[in-house]
Design a protein around this ligand. Sequence first.
Ligand code: PMV
Length: 322
Amino acid sequence: MVQAYAPGKAIIFGEHAVVYGHPAVAVAINTGVKVTATLNSKWTVDDRQLNSSQHPHIKWLTENSSLNQPVRFRITSDLHPAAGQGSSAALSVASQIAIAKLSGLATDPVEVSKMAHMAEAAAQSGRASPTDTATSSLGGCVVVARELPKLATKVFDTHLETPEGKRSWTIGKMQVGETDEGTPHLVLGYTGNPSHTGKMVAMVADRITSDPLARENLDSIGEITSMGLLAIKSSAWDVVGMAMDACHQKLRALGLSTPMLEELITAVRPHSLGSKLTGAGGGGCMMALTNEPERVAQTIEMHGGKANVTPIISPGAVILGL
Ligand code: PMV
């Protein structure tokens, strides 16, 4: 029996702009997915037959593994699905670790990340950025870009054949002074409404063709991300917060916010260094950077959201037991 845990993620800067080559910065969070895998006489997930419509990620990973005996999978998750928290990436990463371990193979975080990314792409009509899977597998603070900013340390290059052609990314890591005294926390606020990544990405693509300002907004997000990275590197948390606010203005101008996201983001501002939507938008989650995490969490709950306080970074995926 193998148990593997993989965390979810939150994008601090660069969602949507990353689709157009700009960098994105994401951190692993303190909630995630646990997969327990046991060799068995049948392929099952939570006591139901493994099938590609319900569990396309696990199905793809098993079909692309060297396992020669069926497996019983059990999944527990404390991530909200379709909320921009990377729940399908965390499921893919934890499943891949369990499958590799049961196959007697190494569970190198880079290889796990690449396999999980391919499983995500296969489940999403061939399109997926490696942001979620890399952050879940590697943990900490991850930077994804077509050309990695100098401030980040390169970990690996990756490619994907998409319906629109070959896409390439470099994945890097940023050192974060998380043990410094006074390091703020992140608080995620789930609106209770699902976020449809594919729909939101398509909406931005449409907007770019009809509105020249949309392209300018994406370029501005790229510039804000570069400034935000410098601020993270130097633990200038008030500047990180200002950059988050600025990033949100651009995401809002692109039509990605919702009344509930605006309500939560506005409500927490007096107690936050910065706040913004995180992930694809159109629902899903907002996030705040704050030195008053409990107060911000209470504010989110009072306004009808579901709050989760998480350190500025959390560790990546791990094997829990054999
Ligand atoms: O899956 P989400 O909600 O975390 O959004 C992913 C971020 C996007 O930039 C909108 C899409 C992508 O592939 O990078």
